[in-house]
Design a protein around this ligand. Sequence first.
Ligand code: MG
Length: 144
Amino acid sequence: MLLDIDNTIKPYGANKIDQPYIEWIDHVKSLGIEVILCSNNYPKNVRPIAEQVNCKFVAFCLKPSSFGYFRAYLKSKAKRKNILVIGDQFFTDILGGKFMQLKTFLVDPISAESEGKTVVLRRKLTAVFTNAIKERENPYRKEE
Ligand SMILES: [Mg+2]
């Protein structure tokens, strides 16, 4: 499982992960699933976060390119078809996963505060699609 950090497992700008997210990551790991944190941030910022949850990490991912996800894939023991990417931004986390034909899961951001203007714009663009999906009765079933 390749997991984004900012606004996926901790608020943007926070320097630690809150306990419920730590417990969730521990639970996922207890199921035998390897968790690798993938962030566009610098190693000096990502390392302390990864140490909190005792996970491998890939910093400076350059999402939405697949550069970081490919490095994470090389670090993992997983087959590509078994890799899931989880993140809060369509135009970076999810698109990067799609470029590498990985399974992806878009989550709601933890907090919308202190986000830059480009992030806000990208979220508005993403909402055009996600709102249409949410309006379906079952978001996972395609309309006939
Ligand atoms: Mg994020």
